[in-house]
Design a protein around this ligand. Sequence first.
Ligand code: ATP
Ligand code: MG
Length: 249
Amino acid sequence: MTEIPEDHPRHDSLVTRHRIEDGVDDGITSRQGLIAQGRGEAYDYLLGEETIPSADAAERAAAAQLLTADHPVVSVNGNVAALVPDALVALAAATGADLAVNLFNRTEERVERIADHLREHGASGVLGTKADARIPGLDHERATVDSDGIYDADVVLVPLEDGDRAAALAEMGKTELVIDLNPLSRSAQAASVPIIDNVVRAVPNITAHARDLSEAENAAREECIQEFDREAALRAAEERIRGGMSGGA
Ligand code: ATP
Ligand code: MG
């Protein structure tokens, strides 16, 4: 990877871009993943490349949901695996969630590579390789999940999920936590907790909130869940982006 000077004004964005490129070279990220990253970067630029207060509140609510769940699962795709493997392992440890590989462009080879990659970063018991259950209402490949993974989850964190699948998971009655930089994306719109932030910032911040909330009383976690307002979070992100468009970012 080309060395990017620490003081480059867009250092973090460029490092992120290189991680996705390496992910493609290593067979972890799909080529379509490059396009998704580019779309995300545009929104992140307008958000000011920082976690806005409404996203921080969503990350805290997501942490509370994962800690309160019977069976929390974190869905992992090729972009997320390339961008934040260590942070995913830390999140799973902090919340007791399972990691489940779940790909839009699914191939057995890529599922195995991602599972291996997560294990190299310290994960144990990565799910998603059995492919023995289907999400109702989707075509064959995109519906494939593990019966003891996403299919069984009551709370599922889906970073960068495709809109159709996000809607189908919500339809199954799951509490869905979506990380997506685009507040207008159908994925964000389908979420119980839309987190309008970059996964690179969101995943470690959910973990930090989970560590904090796991020390708190049950009532504090419940309050955090009850007080979160999804409509307000979507609105705040959209307003921030509109502000960015008119030169605020
Ligand atoms: P839909 O409306 O159906 O959701 P879409 O255009 O959003 O359609 P996707 O395949 O879901 O289609 O696009 C990828 C999504 O992932 C984009 O909304 C983009 O903003 C988001 N994204 C890409 N990279 C990141 C990232 N690093 N962190 C958070 N979100 C990201
Ligand atoms: Mg989307």
